[in-house]
Design a protein around this ligand. Structure first.
Ligand code: ADP
Ligand code: GN1
Ligand code: MG
Length: 361
């Protein structure tokens, strides 16, 4: 299978070394070394992305935009095959693409120093900033309702009708927790129903391992662009709060290790606002901290829903993996809510250092 794919790019499989790479949960990623070059070969998860052509079209549009407006911006686009396509479909339902492996880059799964948080947040902020004048509506929606909390809540309720009593019983505490935090859904509904915040070009998966760093921990660029589509800033800032603030991540089953690092919060604010501080509207700024609650809650619900659906979406490594991830996210949510007042002060201090907001609505 790989042979046919590699030939499409003019690579000779017998000259290539292929190794599984990274820790993503959705696509299947391999590092290919051959021709004296390194590449990332990725099989797109067809269960999740029903229309990989839409992803390729979006990336092509963005690539042209950056080429015309900011040719210095490192936009990691798929490489063309010998026949000029950006996807290879070797068999029904299988879709591959090849990226250049960015030289000297690495990813991290945990944030160990402030600089990483600042750099990553700056990279994601820069992306939306540079695309401020790009018409977001031109992008195809690659995952409908991806971060629609209302829909995630409905999916959760449907999953609760699973007749598997053992799963329902073991998740009883988490099912209860979904209702305990219902106010997050109410705020989200009010904010989006009244269109109180604008649609922008949003990455939608700002996990720390979607940023490439150099060996000095400078951010080089962002990757994993499959979910780039119109959305709310809440998704990107919120997912950074979700994945950068705690020293342990969603995989950790020692929930006592989860806590909010204030210095990392400040680094996220400074990094993101250094690019977006003058662009976010007053309403967006008002909901900056709320974004973290939204995204942690949504992820807790998504893992729980997948557990109740017998693990059909996320890759799991042991039977209760999705339930553990959901427990982890609810613990993180509680820690975040406890820290909220302090975070508000820290945000205020970071905002003071940003030049006057000029284009608020
Ligand atoms: P997934 O959707 O499964 O998360 P990603 O696109 O994030 O897949 O890729 C998985 C991992 O592969 C990344 O976290 C990163 O470590 C590595 N990676 C992906 N693309 C590149 C690239 N162009 N250069 C270097 N490393 C990359
Ligand atoms: C998935 O692809 P990856 O591993 O970066 C998921 C995100 C979740 C994340 C949780 C398309 O991201 O939405 O937040 O797992 N991506 C998709 O780890 O569902
Ligand atoms: Mg990824």
């Amino acid at each position: 299978m790989f042979d046919q794919v590699l030939y499409s790019y003019g690579l000779n499989p017998s000259d290539c070394n292929i190794q599984p790479f990274g820790s993503g949960l959705i696509n299947h990623t391999l590092k290919v070394s051959g021709n004296g070059q390194d590449y990332i070969l990725q099989q797109i998860n067809g269960n999740v992305f029903k229309s990989p052509d839409d992803i390729a079209d979006n990336l092509a549009l963005l690539q042209v935009f950056f080429k015309n407006t900011r040719p210095d911006y490192l936009f990691v686009a798929p490489l063309p095959t010998l026949s000029g396509t950006f996807l290879v479909k070797p068999a029904s339902g299988m879709v591959f693409r090849l990226f250049p492996f960015i030289k000297g880059s690495h990813t991290v799964d945990y944030i160990s120093e402030e600089k990483q948080a600042f750099e990553a947040a700056k990279q994601f902020g820069k992306f939306t900033h540079l695309l401020k004048d790009f018409d977001a509506e031109k992008l195809k929606c690659t995952l409908t309702d991806f971060h629609n909390l209302k829909l995630r809540f409905e999916q959760f309720k449907t999953a609760c009708t699973n007749p598997d009593i053992i799963r329902l019983d073991s998740a009883a505490a988490e099912i209860k927790a979904v209702y305990e935090h219902y106010n997050i859904l109410q705020t989200y509904n009010q904010l989006t129903y009244h269109h109180e915040i604008p649609l922008r070009v949003i990455h939608h998966d700002t996990k720390i391992n979607n940023v490439l760093f150099d060996d000095q921990q400078n951010g080089l660029c962002i990757i994993d662009l499959d979910t780039v589509m119109p959305g709310y800033f809440l998704s990107d800032v919120g997912d950074m709060m979700r994945t950068y603030l705690s020293p342990s991540n969603e995989e950790d089953t020692d929930y006592d290790k989860l806590h909010i690092r204030e210095n990392i919060f400040t680094a996220i604010c400074k990094g993101y606002l250094s690019e977006m501080g003058n662009i976010l509207t007053k309403t967006e700024q008002h909901y900056f901290i709320f974004s973290g609650k939204l995204m942690i809650y949504m992820q807790a619900i998504r893992f729980l829903t997948d557990f109740l659906n017998n693990d059909i979406y996320y890759e799991i490594k042991y039977p209760d993996h999705n339930l553990s991830r959901s427990k982890n996210q609810f613990k993180l949510l509680n820690e975040y809510v406890k820290a909220e007042e302090k975070l508000q002060q820290l945000l205020h201090n970071s905002q003071d250092k940003i030049p006057t907001v000029s284009n608020n609505s």
